[in-house]
Design a protein around this ligand. Structure first.
Ligand SMILES: [Zn+2]
Length: 242
């Protein structure tokens, strides 16, 4: 079940939104796969609001608009509540991240674990549909607690993988996963394959999201190892806000 944590008056919601018990979105717009990615460092000045921005009950920055460009820092794509993604940013699932995930699984097999990436890429439109359906059903206030608004889900980057253990789907997108032997193995070894636990425990104010033991982000091996070694986050590594 989802745990909503109130910290400093800011409501932390799950980033994994998609009612994560759903099957993976395997039919999410593969036509955009391998589209050319351009590196636009600091393409916008969206981050200049400072630390006293106003946030609403969903933790979103009041007045924040969907930008025309996604946000890169030193070539690393950053997607969070400060830096949402444009509607037309539709890279599909990263083939590099998938290959790294497959390598991770090879090593995991030696420890008798097999992992499933049960939710990876989600398009802006897919997120929009999901979110609007939840709002229609439960109202915006409730929907904001478990579903990202379109443009704000890191899954749109194609680099976010929700990971669980095959045979234990009951713990998919659940806090319990982090307490399992598989979850502990993953937390310890993911960086060797380029993945970081994106929303670690105790970093909620920095990332803007509650702890999620299952949501990993591909950043490449050297960066992932540095972030893991320093018990850090992507925001801290890039000196950016969440
Ligand atoms: Zn996720």
């Amino acid at each position: 079940m989802r745990v909503i944590v109130i910290m400093g008056g800011v409501l932390m919601m799950s980033a994994c939104d998609d009612s994560t018990k759903n099957p993976p979105n395997t039919n999410d717009n593969p036509a955009y796969q391998n589209s050319t990615k351009s590196t636009k460092e600091n393409a916008t000045n969206e981050g200049s609001e400072g630390s006293n921005v106003k946030r609403d009950a969903g933790g979103y920055i009041v007045g924040k608009k969907i930008p025309k460009k996604e946000h890169y820092v030193n070539g690393i794509l950053l997607a969070n509540k400060m830096y949402p993604m444009p509607k037309n940013f539709a890279p599909g699932e990263s083939t590099e991240a998938r290959a790294a995930f497959n390598e991770l699984n090879k090593k995991a097999a030696k420890a008798n674990f097999t992992f499933d990436a049960f939710s990876t890429y989600r398009s802006f439109e897919r997120q929009e549909t999901l979110y609007n359906n939840y709002v229609a059903r439960d109202g915006a206030e409730k929907a904001d607690r478990y579903s990202a608004r379109p443009g704000f889900s890191e899954h749109q980057t194609g680099l976010a993988f929700d990971i669980g253990e095959i045979g234990n789907a009951g713990d998919y997108a659940d806090d319990r996963f982090g307490d399992t032997a598989a979850g502990k193995w993953l937390a310890k070894n993911a960086a060797d394959f380029g993945f970081i636990m994106r929303y670690p425990e105790g970093k909620e104010k920095i990332t803007g999201y509650q702890f999620e033991s299952w949501h990993f982000r591909y950043v490449g091996q050297s960066i992932a190892q540095e972030i893991y070694k320093n018990n850090s986050t992507l925001e801290e590594y890039l000196h950016e806000k969440g």
